[in-house]
Design a protein around this ligand. Structure first.
Ligand SMILES: [Zn+2]
Length: 83
């Protein structure tokens, strides 16, 4: 009977050590679901969102194409006003 009690205590201690070592090991990889190159930039001229590596940067502003960067430099024209 005493051997059974001893066995229970040993198992309980092993279980406690095991759970403690698992929690201290840190399973903090659950929240790492972000993509590295998923940044979207908004074109300062036509408000179209383009991927960050495909955007044309001019200072603090971003453009979807070189044409829109030039158009923005030429003047504050509204691209939607084309009638
Ligand atoms: Zn644009």
């Amino acid at each position: 009977m005493f051997r059974i009690l001893l066995l229970v205590v040993v198992v309980w201690l092993l279980f406690k050590v095991f759970t403690r070592s698992r929690s201290s090991a840190g399973e903090h990889k659950a929240g790492e679901g972000m993509r590295g190159s998923g940044i979207m930039r908004r074109c300062d001229y036509c408000d179209v969102f383009v991927p960050g590596d495909e955007s044309i940067r001019d200072g603090e502003r971003y453009f979807c194409s070189e044409q829109h960067r030039q158009a923005s430099l030429n003047g504050p024209e509204d691209p939607k006003c084309g009638n």
